[in-house]
Design a binder for this molecule. Structure first.
Ligand SMILES: [Fe+2]
Length: 166
């Protein structure tokens, strides 16, 4: 992990002010995104983009909840994410050339029905593995979630993590 990524993660954790669920969520999604990016053979630059997006993927939730009386629907998050993502990346001194691809992953990480590139796929898989654990989905939702997986590593880890939930 380079210095910029350390700083970004640190700033994101500080921003959450110790909020238990969001703090633990970002740490787990970040770790899994890193693992998936490495195991699925993404390039060093792609992994920087993926890992930064994993750190920031839910960054708009707190702002939306505070600004819109608890309403942090995905549409709201999409509206608020660009300014926040830019602010965090600037603060951690990421290259401006990376802002657009990182924001793109953050904005679309719930767009399960749209076509997607390999990095968005990996971010979705990391998030789904963690959400599967955290949200105790029904059997039906679990099988819908399982259908979204494409990578061997993601499928294997999702099956292992959900083993006792079926
Ligand atoms: Fe998430």
């Amino acid at each position: 992990m380079d210095n910029r990524e350390t700083e970004l993660l640190y700033q994101a954790l500080c921003y959450e002010q110790g909020h238990p669920r969001r703090t633990q969520h970002v740490l787990k999604v970040y770790a899994l995104a890193k693992l998936l990016g490495e195991r699925e053979g993404r390039t060093p630059e792609e992994r920087i983009i993926l890992q930064a997006a994993a750190i920031l993927h839910d960054i708009a939730i707190r702002h939306c909840k505070e600004q819109y009386d608890g309403d942090a629907r995905p549409e709201r998050q999409k509206q608020e994410a660009p300014a926040l993502v830019r602010q965090f990346l600037e603060q951690a001194q990421y290259s401006p050339a990376l802002f657009a691809p990182i924001l793109d992953l953050v904005l679309h990480h719930h767009d399960y029905d749209a076509p997607r590139g390999p990095l968005l796929q990996l971010l979705m898989e990391a998030d789904l593995i963690v959400n599967g654990y955290e949200s105790s989905p029904s059997r039906e939702s679990l099988s819908k979630m399982a259908e979204i997986f494409q990578t061997n590593t993601g499928k294997e880890l999702f099956a292992l993590c959900m083993r006792d939930r079926k």
